[in-house]
Ligand binder design. Structure first.
Ligand SMILES: Nc1nc2c(ncn2[C@@H]2O[C@H](COP(=O)(O)OP(=O)(O)OP(=O)(O)O)[C@@H](O)[C@H]2O)c(=O)[nH]1
Ligand SMILES: [Mg+2]
Length: 200
């Protein structure tokens, strides 16, 4: 649902951070917000419960600068991961140009990751989106935790990354992997736009 305005030469794309509850989606946006200079970002809007769980969504507009003569903006959203916010997740997912799936690398969260990936596929199917071609990257977050309590990246890929899309180990709390992930999804979304498949 990217918006391309030829008159003003502006492109706006919607990126959705998806994944199970507490995987670190909001933390990604906070880190990005903290790093992007003021003149390249808008206000971050977060609607959260008192315990910091995302209630509706987070929203962060960032300016990527000029690409091929177009002012390019990305609107980053997070869905609420908790199972019972299904309706909100569908609303936030609507019209996404790209999805970042944030998995929690903790071994005890493997089933939640798988369930959330199935939920993503079901919601895309319901919205008539081809899950095989939508720009998607995987982020295996919380890699800072001790190796004995996390699932190795190769196993996470095996369990979750059916399409073999780019995957990024990350520690969103401290930063490593956050911008690599954002760059990964940006490239896929912009490539799709430039080949004309994403327009409309
Ligand atoms: N150790 C560690 N903790 C993390 C990391 N990323 C997030 N956390 C912590 O995990 C908890 C949940 O993070 P959030 O970013 O709120 O998770 P979320 O995916 O937005 O959760 P929902 O809004 O409920 O869907 C917080 O306590 C974060 O500080 C990470 O890379 N490493
Ligand atoms: Mg959140």
């Amino acid at each position: 649902m990217s918006l391309v305005n030829y008159a003003t030469r502006e492109i706006t794309c919607k990126i959705v951070y998806y994944g199970p509850g507490r995987s670190g989606k909001t933390t990604n946006l906070h880190y990005i917000y903290g790093q992007v200079p003021n003149d390249r970002k808008g206000q971050m809007v977060s609607l959260a419960t008192q315990t910091d769980r995302t209630l509706f969504f987070d929203f962060l507009p960032i300016d990527l600068g000029t690409i091929s003569g177009f002012t390019t903006r990305f609107q980053l959203y997070t869905v609420p991961g908790q199972v019972y916010y299904q309706t909100t997740r569908k609303l936030v997912l609507q019209g996404a140009d790209g999805v970042v799936f944030v998995a929690d690398s903790q071994a005890r969260q493997l089933a939640e990751n798988i369930e959330s990936m199935q939920d993503l596929h079901a919601n895309l199917a319901e919205q008539g989106v081809d899950a095989r071609t939508l720009p998607l990257v995987m982020q295996y977050n919380k890699q800072d935790l001790p190796p004995e309590i996390i699932t190795p990246v190769a196993e996470l890929d095996e369990a979750l990354n059916f399409r073999g899309v780019p995957s990024f180990p990350a520690d969103a709390l401290h930063g490593p992997g956050v911008f690599e992930t954002l760059r990964g999804i940006s490239e896929l979304v912009l490539r799709r736009l430039s080949t004309g498949q994403g327009a409309g």
